[in-house]
Each structure stands twice: as structure tokens, then as C-alpha cells.
Design a protein around this ligand. Structure first.
Ligand code: GLN
Length: 497
């Protein structure tokens, strides 16, 4: 039996998708609840509780976000080569649970250690849960895009609830309770997967189980070595948080290595597979820029929401962190229905945009979203507060952009990568968002507001307005370039749309 060949489940549910998709959906939903619940609190916690100055807060946020999405590359390789997706998801989930619970401990030491556990755990969890979805369908199965859209909805239901509840509990009641709440929901995700994973059949089993169990030294198996070696990385990550300036070199170095590595693999392949990898590479590189703009959400826009958005609704002051972290995933959930209808409808008319065009559109839409924020700033100079409706409208465009890149990218990776390296490629896809989020924190840092004006919206507003405008313009320009490059990329993709 070839364990690297995916086993396509039969007997779909009434939605036309196998029931295993829903098991993965709920696992990921609760995991993202905890992930985004925690992330909602991160920057504001550092600035208001740990009293980091703003540039340092952005730098630590950027380092966390960069590492949390760098580790999937390693988690992907470990899974392709040794563990298989199922063991990787279980191990990653356990580490993430520990990380969230450590963050709930109200001690200074817990902060960096909690993040380090989450970083390692996410490395094993995130790429593998996504590539397990891919194993349920053949590459040319037209249900694959829609499966990823459904899965993406699970991600965002979790993210919306997590942002809302943890954001509220953390900001209004106690920051550590907020982190702890995230941990409880991670446990729930783990339980769903532990119970449901058998239904995956041979999908996600280790590619070579005997090799994995075989002792490598002193009777200890390869599997245990992988687990222990991962734990050994945790203090290294903590040290990196203390010396976050080094992150610039690490991200630049790893970025260059991963591009070279994909090229190296591509050149060893037959022409068709090689060009598919080229196409994937170009789209991955562009996605980095997308995340650099988009991820202002977890950084500068959290503080912008606290300072410069009018959160009063019917005489009630809404908690800014909850609102800012609930809005994007909530828009994703709502818009998923629209896009689930739109793509097939356009397809029937032969008018569905191809993948590079969708990527280009995503930049144009994000650009429009940031431009709406900017216009909000321009018209609110008197009070310094932009209306909540403008904030909601800006996110509408940004999330339309996300719908054109993020789920499409996941699906694109599983289609363009040879099965043997699909989890690693998924890891590289997430690594692109690591570089993107790292850049996002640098952009965010340009919007640092001096201590003496943080409580004065009229004076803090100009620190945001100009950069928001520039993000909008850059994003529009990049979108146009990408659309122009579309025909070359499409040729490389072969018959895959
Ligand atoms: N919001 C999505 C998720 O959590 C995408 C994240 C990413 O690719 N950086 O899965």
C-alpha cells in the first residue's frame, strides 16, 4: 500500500462533500478560535500592560507572527517525511494548548514561553490540517475549491468567536482570563480531531511507519526524537524574543533559502511539474505583500480601533479589540456564501477569473479598503474619530480581497505541488504570510503614536491617515501588475485554471 497516495473518500454527505471535511472543519474552527482570540489581545496587552513602547510592541508582534508562520515549513517537512499529517496535527495541537495555558499564568516569564509553545505547535498543526483537506479530493476534482472555501469558513467562524470573546474578556475583565479562554477552546479542537481522525482512513498516516518507530539511538525512536527536538527549540525562540533585532536577518535568510529550495526542487522535475512550481512560487511571493497590508488588522488597526474609531452605538461603548478582531472573520463568513455562489455562477458563463487574476483582484480590493479608512480619517479631522460604519465598510473591501487570495491559495498549493511535497509547500505558503506579517509590523511601526497623544484622537489621527493612504495606493498598483503578469503565470500552471 502506498501511503503517500491520498485515498479519496466515497459516500459524500448531502452537501456533496465527504463527512471527513466537517471533522477537519470543526478541529480547525476551535483551533483558530484560540489562535485569533489570543492574537486579538497581543499588541494591546504589550502596550497597555507590559508597558512596552509602541515600536517594541510592533517588533515583538512581528516576531511572533513571523515565527508562528515560519514553523509550518518545518512542520510540513516533518509530516511529509516522517510523521504524516495526523500525528503532526495531534502533536501541534498539544503544544498549542500548553502555550495558551501558559499565557494564562499571570507571571512575567509566561509571556514569551507561552508564545514559543504556540509557535512550535502551530508549525505542526496549521499546514497539516490544511493539506489533510486536500487529500480528500483528487487534484482535478471541481469540489476542491469549494471544499477549501467551506474549510476557510470554519477558520473564520472560530476566528470571529475567538476575537469577540477573548477580546472582550481580556480587555474588559482580565487579560490572562482572555488568554486562558483561548486555551480551553484549543482543547476542544484537539478532542474533535482525536475522536475523528480514524475516519480519515489511510490519509495522513506516516509515509513509513516502521522507520518512524525504529530506534535511532539509545532505544529512542525517530518519532520521539522529533518531539523532543521540537521542545528544545522553545528556549531558542524565547531568546529570540529578547533579541528581536536578529529577526530581520532570519526572515531575509529563510526567505532567500526557501525561494532557492523551491527552484532547486523545480529544476529536478519534468517540465510540466517544474512550471507548476514556478507558478506557485510567483503567487507565493505576491501573497507576502498581500499579508503585509492585510495584517495591519492584528497590529496598527487594533490600536487605531481603540483610539480613532467611534465605538459608540446607541449610547453603548463597544470594546474596540472585540470589534476589530470580530469584523474581518465575520465578513469572511458572510461573504463566503456570496463567493460560493459567485465563482460557480461565473464559471457556468465561462467568466470565472483565473487564479492569477483573483490574486490581482485581491490587492485591488484591499487597496480600496485602506482607501476607505483614509477617507474616513480625512472627513473626521474635527473629532479625530472615524464612524464605525466607515470602519466596517473598509473591512468589507479588505475581506473581499482576502476571499480572492487566501482560500484560493490553499487550493492552488494542493493542485500545483507534487503530492510528495505538498505539506512542505503548504508550509512555504504560510511562510509567505510569516514574511508578510513581519513586514506588516514594520509598516505598523510607522504608525507608532507618541505616548503624550495616545489619549487624544484629534492628535493621534494624523499618525495613521497618511500611511493608510499609502498602503491603499501601493496595493492598487501591485494588483494591476499582477493582473498584467497573469497570462504568463497561467501558461506555467498548465491546464489548471
Ligand atoms: N486567516 C487565515 C487562517 O488563519 C489565513 C492566515 C494566513 O495564511 N496567514 O488560516
Amino acid at each position: 500500500m502506498d501511503l503517500t497516495e491520498p485515498q479519496i473518500p466515497e459516500a459524500p454527505t448531502s452537501t456533496g462533500h465527504p463527512r471527513q471535511l466537517y471533522m477537519l472543519f470543526f478541529t480547525e474552527m476551535w483551533e483558530r478560535f484560540s489562535f485569533y482570540g489570543m492574537k486579538a489581545l497581543l499588541l494591546a496587552y504589550m502596550i497597555t500592560q507590559l508597558k512596552f513602547d509602541e515600536p517594541k510592541g510592533y517588533a515583538i508582534l512581528g516576531s511572533y507572527a513571523a515565527l508562528v508562520y515560519t514553523m509550518p515549513m518545518f512542520g510540513g517537512i516533518m509530516s511529509d517525511r516522517f510523521l504524516g499529517g495526523r500525528k503532526a496535527v495531534m502533536y501541534g495541537g498539544i503544544l498549542m494548548t500548553i502555550g495558551h495555558l501558559v499565557l494564562a499564568v499571570p507571571q512575567d516569564w509566561s509571556f514569551f514561553y507561552g508564545m514559543a509553545f504556540i509557535i512550535c505547535g502551530n508549525g505542526f498543526f496549521k499546514p497539516n490540517i490544511s493539506s489533510l483537506v486536500g487529500t480528500l479530493y483528487a487534484d482535478n476534482d471541481p469540489r476542491k475549491d469549494s471544499a477549501f472555501s467551506i474549510f476557510y469558513m470554519g477558520i473564520n467562524i472560530g476566528a470571529a468567536l475567538g476575537g469577540l470573546l477573548c477580546g472582550y474578556v481580556g480587555q474588559q475583565i482580565n487579560w490572562h482570563y482572555g488568554f486562558g479562554l483561548a486555551g480551553l477552546f484549543m482543547i476542544l479542537g484537539l478532542v474533535v480531531f482525536a475522536v475523528g481522525k480514524k475516519s480519515l482512513g489511510q490519509n495522513g498516516l506516516p509515509p513509513n511507519p516502521d522507520d518512524l518507530k525504529a530506534p535511532v539511538f539509545a532505544g529512542v525512536s525517530k518519532e520521539v526524537v522529533i518531539y523532543v527536538a521540537t521542545l528544545a527549540i522553545i528556549p531558542v525562540i524565547v531568546a529570540l524574543f529578547h533579541r528581536y533585532e536578529i529577526m530581520d536577518f532570519i526572515m531575509f535568510g529563510l526567505g532567500a533559502i526557501s525561494i532557492l529550495y523551491i527552484l532547486f526542487i523545480a529544476f529536478k522535475m519534468e517540465a510540466e511539474a517544474r512550471y507548476k512550481l514556478f507558478a506557485a512560487l510567483v503567487l507565493i511571493v505576491f501573497s507576502t505583500l498581500f499579508w503585509a497590508f492585510y495584517e495591519q488588522n492584528a497590529g496598527s488597526l487594533n490600536l487605531f480601533a481603540m483610539r480613532n474609531v467611534d465605538m459608540h452605538v446607541a449610547g453603548v461603548q463597544l470594546p474596540a479589540l472585540s470589534v476589530n478582531n470580530f469584523l474581518p472573520p465575520a465578513w469572511v463568513v458572510i461573504l463566503s456564501f456570496f463567493f460560493a455562489w459567485l465563482w460557480p455562477a461565473l464559471n457556468r458563463k465561462g467568466m470565472e477569473p483565473n487564479t492569477p487574476t483573483k490574486f490581482g483582484l485581491s490587492f485591488i480590493l484591499v487597496g480600496m479598503g485602506f482607501y476607505v479608512f483614509y477617507l474616513g480619517c480625512q472627513t473626521s479631522e474635527g473629532s479625530g474619530l472615524i464612524p464605525l460604519l466607515t470602519f466596517i465598510a473598509g473591512y468589507f473591501f479588505i475581506i473581499c480581497g482576502e476571499m480572492c487570495i487566501s482560500p484560493i491559495g490553499l487550493s492552488m498549493i494542493t493542485k500545483l505541488s507534487p503530492p510528495r511535497i505538498v505539506a512542505m509547500m503548504m508550509g512555504i505558503w504560510f511562510f509567505a504570510s510569516a514574511v508578510g506579517e513581519f513586514l506588516a509590523s514594520k509598516i505598523g511601526s510607522l504608525m507608532s503614536v507618541p505616548e503624550n497623544v495616545v489619549n487624544n484622537p484629534v492628535l493621534s489621527l494624523p499618525y495613521y491617515a497618511d500611511i493608510l493612504n499609502q498602503i491603499g495606493l501601493w496595493s492598487l498598483g501591485i494588483g494591476v501588475v499582477l493582473i498584467l503578469l497573469g497570462s504568463v503565470i497561467r501558461k506555467w500552471m498548465g491546464e489548471v485554471r
